[in-house]
Write a protein of this length. Structure first.
Length: 433
């Protein structure tokens, strides 16, 4: 029966090809514009570490003096000082924990013809690799002893390893960073979480992956420059280890609700302890933020994207309203045929289903056009200079959403015209015919 309804719907569409093409174009363009923006939103608001994000937390400690209350200072909300990060690391109250900061390092290639170049890197501690599940193609990360000994070791990604050591393995090779030799102990296999949640929130979050990692203690000892935002107060110069400068990101792994509760109590007690010692000045209000809610609070999605998404949804609504009018015109043109079918025994439900099939076919055509137009829109977005432009792709869930939105929207738009058409009195239509 459904196949027969689809056949009748196909014949009806072929009787008025221009009107049918107009409806398919309208819904295809509306869905395409909407799904272009929705695909970008989906990519930017995704989970950077699926399967792990629920166990990762950012602790909050505010060491600033009372007079330093800069509105909208993001560093104050997420960063820690050197002393606080070292205290938390040494007391080791989480399953895993890591302090980190970003920097640009000058790399001197082993091959003489190559010129030195700058690479984005991360200064961090040993738990970074197991806590974030960093996959290693070769070698391993460093351990806590390397942090303590300020070891000259480095972990690089595969792209940098191939660039510097095109022949053979990079493990145990010497890599000169700035003016110091480091030994390569690990090579990361294609790991680029986006957004780069563990980086400074004022930095680049998309399309700028870290290519090398060295111990934080080593970087501080060698006075490597940092690209992190600094929020400092009081005297003490530019020594990042002094008390009065917050610049480090800090993440912990807590696997169970009991561990989270214990760690939060520990943070509160630590804050009160520092308050009594005169280091902290503000009333204790320690808390920990899970990764995904923390990302939402940082508002990393460009401010204009929600506006664009709302505008495209509005455009889709306008297209669907036009489809309602066009379908009503289309169905009313066949009212005499509908009256004859009713007189021959077809019930209102049969007519409604057959007209719904016609709307579904229009939606299927609109879905095909919507996929093509959204792919064109995403390609145009990838040509823009925005750092998130490379993420403008449509994955399988978004493809299925495109098809569902087109067909579902068309069925919704066709419901009212189909209901009006199937309720026409058959006797009057036969007499008018």
């Amino acid at each position: 029966m459904v196949l027969h309804d689809l056949y009748l719907a196909w014949r009806a569409l072929r009787r008025s090809p221009r009107l049918s093409l107009l409806m398919i174009t309208a819904i295809g363009m509306g869905v395409g514009a909407c799904m272009t923006q929705l695909s970008v939103w989906h990519a930017l608001s995704g989970d950077p570490l699926p399967g792990r994000s629920g166990y990762l937390f950012s602790p909050y400690l505010d060491a600033r003096p009372m007079h330093d209350d800069t509105p909208g200072d993001p560093a104050a909300a997420v960063n820690l000082s050197w002393l606080d990060s070292q205290n938390l690391l040494q007391q080791h109250r989480a399953v895993r924990q890591a302090a980190m900061a970003g920097g640009q390092l000058l790399v001197s290639p082993p091959a003489q013809p190559q010129q030195p170049f700058f690479v984005s890197g991360r200064y961090t501690t040993a738990d970074f690799f197991p806590m974030f599940g960093v996959p290693l193609a070769e070698g391993h990360g460093w351990d806590a002893a390397d942090d303590t000994q300020h070891a000259r070791v480095v972990v690089v990604d595969q792209a940098l390893a191939r660039q510097l050591f095109p022949h053979g393995s990079a493990i145990s090779r010497t890599l000169r960073l700035k003016n110091t030799d480091f030994r390569v102990i690990g090579v990361i296999h294609d790991w680029h979480p986006e957004p780069l949640f563990y980086g400074d929130i004022d930095g680049h979050h998309y399309g700028h992956p870290d290519q090398l990692f060295i111990p934080l203690s080593t970087a501080v000892e060698l006075q490597f420059s940092t690209s992190n935002r600094l929020s400092c107060w009081g005297a003490g110069g530019d020594d990042l280890r002094r008390d009065g400068c917050i610049w480090l990101q800090y993440w912990v792994q807590l696997d169970t609700p009991a561990q989270r509760s214990d760690y939060l109590n520990y943070l509160q007690a630590y804050w009160n302890q520092q308050l009594s010692a005169g280091r902290f000045y503000r009333p204790a209000r320690a808390h920990i933020d899970a990764l995904v809610p923390w990302l939402a609070a940082q508002k990393l999605i460009p401010a204009d994207l929600p506006v664009q998404l709302a505008l495209t949804f509005g455009f889709l609504v306008v297209c669907l309203l036009n489809i309602v009018g066009l379908l009503l015109t289309r169905f009313m043109a066949d009212r005499h045929e509908i009256g004859i079918r009713r007189a021959l025994g077809a019930c209102q439900t049969d007519i409604f289903v057959q007209l719904g099939c016609e709307a579904a076919l229009i939606g299927a055509g609109g879905a095909a056009l919507g996929v093509l137009s959204s792919q064109l829109g995403l390609w145009l977005l990838r040509q823009r200079p925005d750092d998130y432009a490379h993420m403008a792709h449509m994955d399988v869930p978004m493809l299925l959403t495109t098809i569902g939105l087109a067909v579902g929207g068309s069925l919704l738009a066709g419901a009212l015209p189909a209901w009006r058409a199937c309720r026409l009195p058959p006797a009057l239509e036969i007499r008018a015919a």
